[in-house]
Design a protein around this ligand. Structure first.
Ligand code: DLL
Length: 429
């Protein structure tokens, strides 16, 4: 099932022609309308007219989050202020926030891409979808909202918080689809379990999750649904950049609107399919804040094989981490996602964990605090010891360094309504 069959199954050659046409137009547009890009392109010695092939993209300079911060709030705008109809912002955990602005057309394109996303996850006008997002600066709420309305589903804008009411709504209104951060989905399932409510008995059928790394199996089991991964970031629009189809063998990137490159984060060199690197996007159709070669810091790789769903848009593997999430522990590169991957293989472990890095006598130490299930926590000490040993062994073989596992009581690792805070690095203080 497609939302826009023609756009989603466009032939490779035609897609590349469209991309080149749009690329030339957007670079020219940036040159003419954005002071930031005019000077950046001049500095790099590139004139828009010189772009003849898609490969010429590699001649353009990168844009970074730093550029957005330095030009806060409106320095990246390519339209007059009166053309802006919406502004979202990132949380700004590291200093100034970054803002994203949209024109009327940008909002409409976004809704269209979200309609494709929702259709990929099997959502139709016959569905009732509950959107459990913070409907504020965060792009998750309104992004999904506009897309679901476009699809014609009945939308419940339930926002975050008040878990009891969320569950009541889900049950009484016979909700068939929902979307939230994966952390909140897990929290809500736990909240229900503690009150003896079986969410698996609700009418739910499908769920769409993203915004942070997540474990599919736990969510699917708890709710009895099929769960789809979707990827996006505020700077590009919000959710709506890439999504899994029914095959769930990678996420299709809507490449008629976002031109993707995968680069080596150190050298900036463009990598080929199957090579792990940083995702870089050029927006092909954005008006208010177009971005050329935007470095996301997200790590994944290109899957360049035809997909059984018939969509021709290239796929990326599920995200493997962020280059700025990478911890260097005793000289070894450790991604939090590697730890999560190991934990997921142990059914005795609950979905909540925290990675703590500390320094003891000038040596880095890695500790993984994990919640185990109630039965294990109260059970035989030998069993706990065996589990600890197995986990530590597996972590050591995957990470290449020793990690000390400690078990904590169920319910003691902080829960999040938004994105979870998985890493605590005490070395910096
Ligand atoms: O998280 C947009 C979004 C909302 C995507 C709802 C999906 C669902 P930001 O707050 O700007 O935007 O955060 C973007 O979140 O660079 C990734 O590091 C991470 N991220 C997004 N999707 C995924 C995913 C939204 N599916 C940042 N898996 C990105 C892992 C993800 N990480």
């Amino acid at each position: 099932m497609y939302w826009d069959r023609k756009a989603e199954t466009i032939q490779q050659e035609e897609l590349e022609e469209l991309q080149l046409r749009r690329l030339r137009a957007i670079v020219d547009y940036c040159y003419r309308n954005s002071r930031f890009y005019r000077s950046k392109l001049k500095e790099a010695g590139v004139h828009p007219g010189e772009l003849r092939r898609l490969e010429d993209l590699a001649r353009l300079p990168f844009t970074t989050k730093e550029d957005l911060r330095e030009n806060y709030p409106f320095g990246m705008l390519a339209v007059p202020r009166e053309e802006v109809v919406r502004i979202h912002a990132s949380s700004g955990t590291t200093g100034k926030p970054t803002i994203v602005a949209y024109t009327k057309k940008d909002i409409s394109t976004w809704a269209e891409l979200m309609a494709r996303v929702l259709t990929c996850a099997g959502v139709t006008k016959r569905d009732t979808i509950q959107l459990i997002y913070n409907y504020a600066f965060f792009t998750g709420g309104l992004g999904f909202h506009y897309g679901a309305e476009r699809v014609g589903a009945a939308v419940i804008p339930s926002g975050v918080g008040n878990s009891e009411r969320q569950l009541l709504t889900m049950r009484d209104l016979e909700v068939t689809a929902f979307s939230s951060t994966p952390s909140y989905a897990l929290y809500l399932a736990e909240f229900a379990r503690e009150r003896g409510i079986d969410v698996g008995e609700f009418s739910l059928r499908t769920g769409i999750f993203g915004a942070e790394p997540w474990m599919r199996q736990r969510i699917e089991e708890a709710y009895g649904i099929k769960a789809y991964d979707n990827y996006g970031l505020s700077e590009l629009c919000g959710p709506g950049v890439a999504v899994e189809c029914d095959a769930r063998q990678g996420l299709h990137v809507w490449s008629d609107h976002f031109l993707l490159e995968v680069i080596d984060p150190e050298s900036g060199e463009v990598l080929g399919p199957g090579e792990k690197g940083e995702l870089v996007f050029t927006t092909l159709t954005k008006e208010a804040m177009p971005l050329l070669r935007y470095r996301t810091r997200d790590i994944s790789m290109l899957i360049d094989e035809p997909c059984e769903c018939g969509r021709t848009h290239p796929r990326i593997a599920r995200l493997m981490g962020r280059s700025d999430d990478m911890l260097i522990i005793r000289g070894v590169n450790v991604f939090p996602s590697q730890v999560e991957h190991v934990l997921l293989q142990f059914p005795e472990v609950a979905e909540h964990y925290q990675i703590v890095v500390d320094r003891r006598r000038s040596m880095d130490v890695l500790r993984v605090k994990v919640e185990v299930t109630e039965r294990i926590f109260r059970g035989e000490p030998e069993e706990l010891l065996r589990l600890k040993r197995e986990l530590e062994e597996k972590l050591r073989s995957v990470l290449g360094i020793r990690a000390e596992v400690t078990f904590v009581e169920p319910g003691t690792i902080p829960r999040s309504r938004g994105k979870a805070q998985r890493v605590v690095d005490l070395r910096k203080g």
